[in-house]
Design a protein around this ligand. Structure first.
Ligand SMILES: [Zn+2]
Length: 241
């Protein structure tokens, strides 16, 4: 479901403006394009890169470090960004959604909010959920980008529960392919006190694509992050490199 209006994304360069213009970007693929999709509470830029083929039919969003103390997976996304050209898929990556949390070494953003409790679906006024639905700039940045892309697949990386939740996936085949290629066990993840205000809930209510939560272990090996996992993501998507 594509929204009627284009979001007011902040852009960092003239090139980034081109990347957000559907017609221009679709006509002229030329390597990764960087876009600043928003700024954190402490004014740190939240950056996305558009990789692959903008004209490809399959649209994909991969993001990580929604929780600032779960930083391993940003290496997977940076490896995708920095390597050879990717084909067969229109791939967006957001390696660090919560830069303030990284700077502070905490799960939360600079206002003590868990971004994955701040989305405007089943939002509850509880600790770490924010003052109101979508009150945090990091939440809104991810919503805008997701609405702009309307991805067929979303992969969001976390730690440290070590597994992929394939239960109830809209695309069991993709979930299983990702599980196999990322060499992780299938597990059912349940929010501690019931899910409320999560990205997955918001995405499922507003988009038709498939979103999958991947939980890496506590300390993945570097070779996994720089080789096995990036290749696994592309293999599961049927992308080429
Ligand atoms: Zn997490």
């Amino acid at each position: 479901m594509r929204l009627r209006t284009l979001p007011a994304l902040l852009v960092s360069t003239a090139l980034a403006v081109t990347a957000l213009s559907t017609t221009a970007a679709d006509a002229a693929p030329q390597g990764p394009r960087k876009v600043t999709i928003g700024t954190s509470v402490k004014d740190r830029p939240i950056k996305a890169w558009r990789l692959g083929d903008p004209a490809a039919e399959t649209k994909v969003l991969v993001f990580s470090v929604m929780h600032g103390d779960e930083t391993a997976s940003r290496t997977i996304l940076r490896t995708l960004r920095d390597g050879a050209d990717i084909g067969g898929v229109d791939l967006w990556v957001v390696p660090v959604l919560n830069p303030d949390g990284v700077a502070r070494g905490t799960r939360y953003n600079a206002r003590g909010v868990d971004i994955n409790r701040n989305f405007p679906v089943d939002w509850r006024r509880v600790k770490h959920a924010g003052s109101r639905p979508a009150s945090q700039p990091e939440t809104r940045a991810l919503m805008r980008l997701t609405d702009r892309i309307d991805p067929d697949y979303v992969i969001n990386f976390h730690q440290p529960l070590y597994g992929i939740d394939t239960t109830g996936s809209r695309s069991p085949a993709f979930a299983d392919a990702l599980r196999r290629h990322l060499r992780l066990p299938a597990k059912a993840f349940r929010c501690g006190s019931g899910c409320h205000g999560t990205f997955t809930q918001w995405f499922n209510q507003n988009h038709d694509g498939t979103t999958i939560t991947v939980e890496l272990g506590r300390s993945p090996q570097r070779s996994y992050l720089t080789s096995i996992a990036p290749r696994g993501v592309l293999a599961a998507l049927g992308a080429t490199r």
